[in-house]
Write a protein that binds this ligand. Sequence first.
Ligand code: NAI
Length: 300
Amino acid sequence: MPIRFDGKVAIVTGAGGGLGRAHALELARRGAKVVINDLGGSVDGSGGSSDAANKVVEEIKALGGQAIANGTSVTDDTGVAGLVKQTLDAFGRIDILINNAGVLRDKSFSKMEIKDFEFVLDVHLLGSVKVTKACWETMKAQQYGRILMTSSSSGLYGNFGQTNYGAAKLGLVGFMNTLKLEGQKDNIRVNSLAPVAGTRMTENLMPPQVLEALKPEYVTPGVIYLVGEDAPTGVTLAAGGGAFAIAQIFESHGVFLGHDGLTAEKVADAWLKIADMTGSKPYFMGGEQTGKFFELISGK
Ligand code: NAI
């Protein structure tokens, strides 16, 4: 079955270039009305102009699609309220939100100033929270919503020089984990993406042939699936160069060490058993872990 978005309205943040632009174009090709948000600043978040967003709107119109531009920063409360109002005034609903806007301020932790840490958390984590919050009640009232967070391998696994970015990116997975539970009864599904793509953000890190193999367009099909009618919820999709995989947190089965004489040395002695990943499982919600602990305590 083709995945279509006729009658659906999507907001894509940071869609003036790179991955966001590719997602927005494909949504429009498949019938969505799209709001192209982009502050239009540089990779480190300085400057700003709505040219980038306007250009993508023109591209979509040239394809016969419908789109409008918005130049607010996702960090600006008034601007975010305006983004949602503009969307509802123009198109009357919000079905899909792709939180994609992002910046980099890489430095080793020794050299990183707290303001660079705060700035990156502000754009990625709080920016996604603010736009999601502004759309949430509309999605609940519609009994329909598809939300995507843009995470990163830096958050899932780490990357030198990116303590700020990594913390923000894994924070988004934590945000998703609870939001997916709260959205369930209202048919709001929430997923995350850990992309790899040649964009202005990564162009200095990779040689041209590699960039060619990692076009943003090779990530977008995964995104389209995750914001479609039949999307799963609570999934983190890793995607790059046409390859797709799922990232999940697994927990070892664990071992009950008793209550009498429970010491740090006992933990040290049992370490290989504690860390044995045989029979490890991912959980859909935190309470499942507590349930597992009670099973261990009761000797199951
Ligand atoms: P990009 O720099 O082309 O796109 C980011 C866009 O966000 C830019 O157009 C920028 O103007 C916009 N933006 C920045 N701050 C904003 C703000 N406060 N409000 C609104 N718009 C803002 O880079 P790319 O690679 O397309 O990145 C898209 C997302 O994917 C980002 O969240 C990034 O962290 C993430 N990502 C990218 C990877 C890659 O390999 N390219 C790897 C992992 C994650």
